[in-house]
Design a protein around this ligand. Structure first.
Ligand code: SF4
Length: 205
């Protein structure tokens, strides 16, 4: 990313009470997360290809953190409980579908547990995205979320809304829809609650 755009992005997020940190590689972001989160803390982890690549749930669990990651649930009840418990954790770690240089974090979500935790509940939130998620404007970020992220996420999760075949959103009303929740984080009322980690790699959708 050009340094001008980087400065602009950092400034715009700061105005919205979100601190930005840049990393060259995913493992550096992972080390930073481990440093920030105390061993005694509970951690919720959102379903994200980026976080799966980072293996952050496994790393935190191995060193003793209590981790609530729905993807580690074995039964429907366990998954539901992990989703619920993750809403009351000390920290929540999640990916996102797009961010804008103007300072937005744009998310599409199926059941809504991930965006719920981003908005309220966990004391602190870390959002991890690859550089490929950076868009210039809010409009570009929304387009990315609907036309790039949604079809790929739907395919990954085994759903088949129209965008999977068309590779673009047609604002469907399908029962297979993956974007029942379309949420833009505009900022934080509380300083230091949310951090955005941007990794200089193409990761996730
Ligand atoms: S509204 Fe339907 S077509 Fe559009 S992104 Fe969502 S699931 Fe895909």
């Amino acid at each position: 990313m050009l340094s001008e755009g980087k400065e602009e992005l950092i400034k715009n997020f700061k105005l919205r009470n979100i601190e930005v940190e840049f990393f060259e590689r995913l493992d550096q972001a992972s080390d930073r997360i481990k440093k920030l989160i105390g061993l005694e803390c509970t951690v919720g982890v959102g379903n994200s290809k980026t976080l799966k690549e980072m293996k952050i749930s496994e790393k935190l669990r191995e060193r003793g953190n209590k981790v609530y990651d729905k993807t580690l649930g074995k039964t429907r009840e366990e998954v539901r409980e992990l989703k619920r418990q993750s809403l009351l954790t000390d920290w929540y770690i999640t990916g996102s579908n797009a961010i804008s240089i103007e300072g937005h974090i744009v998310n599409i979500d199926h059941s809504g547990n991930r965006v719920a935790a981003m908005i309220y509940g966990p004391d602190k939130v870390i959002v991890v995205v690859g550089e490929n998620k950076i868009c210039n404007t809010l409009e570009d970020a929304k387009n990315r979320a609907r036309n790039i992220a949604a079809p790929l996420n739907a395919k990954r999760a085994g759903y088949n809304p129209p965008c999977v075949e068309l590779s673009r959103c047609v604002d469907c009303k399908s029962s297979e829809r993956v974007c029942f929740n379309d949420v833009t984080i505009e900022g934080q009322y509380k300083k230091d609650r949310m951090r955005l980690f941007i990794v200089s790699e193409d990761i996730g959708f």
